[in-house]
Design a protein around this ligand. Sequence first.
Ligand code: PEP
Length: 256
Amino acid sequence: MTRRRLVAGNWKMHKTPEEAEVFVRAFLPLLRRDEPAEILLLPPFPSLDRAGRLLEGTAVVLGAQDLHPEISGAFTGGVSAGMLAACGCRYVLVGHSERRSLFGEDDILVNRKLRRALTAGLVPILCLGETLAERRAGETARRVAAQLAAGLDGVSSDDVERLVVAYEPIWAIGTGEAASAAAAEAVMAGIREAIGSAYGRPARDGVRILYGGSVTPENVGPFFAQSDVDGALVGGASLRPEALAGIVAAARPHGA
Ligand code: PEP
C-alpha cells in the first residue's frame, strides 16, 4: 500500500491574510520533522498568497476551495486555475457540498471545474456525499456513485489515479456528528471499487479517498485504522493550529 495519507484543512470563509499568517506561524512548530502524512491548507482566495509565501520550503502544501471552469475572460468574481497555480496551489476542492447547496453547483459544473483543474496541473479533490434524508432512505451508495460518475465524466484513468476524492456525508459537515469509521469505510470501499470497475486497477489503488465531516483530534483515530481511508478533510477543527496538528499526529501510514 503506497498511498500517502493526506490531512487537508478547509478554512471556508475564515481567516484574513493576517489571521492566516498567525495560524501558519503557530502551526508549523507543532509538526514533527518527518510527518508521515501530507498536510494541506485551503485558505480563502485573498489569503492564498500570504499563506503560500509562508509555507514555501515547508512540509505543508497549499490549495484553494474553488476555481472557475474557464481559463480567463469576463467572469466577474471568478478565479482561474492558472491564478491558483501562480499562487503556489497544488490542490483545489471541487463540488464541496456547500458549493453545491448554497451556490447552486450541479454535477456538470463540478465536472467542468475538475477537468479544468487537471488541465492546469492542479490536483482536484472531488467532494461527494449524501443528505440525511438520502441516508435514511438507504440511498447513500447510489447517490455517491452518481456524483462520482458525473464528476469524473471524460477523465482518463491516468488522471483518476492521481486525484483525490473526499467522502463527506452532508449531515456530518459542521454538525459535530461524525459518521462512524466503519460506516465511512463501507462507503469509501464502494467508491474505490466503483473507480476500479470504471478505470482499472492502477486507478483503484492510486486514488486517495478522504473522509470529511466533524473530524476532530479526539475522534479521528478509528478513521485512520481503515484501509480505504486515505486521510481527512477537516473544516471547523482546521481553524485551530493545535487541533489540526492533533489530527496530523494521528495520521499514521497505512498498515502501521
Ligand atoms: C468540510 O468543510 O469539508 C468539513 C468537513 O467541515 P467540518 O469538519 O467542520 O465538519
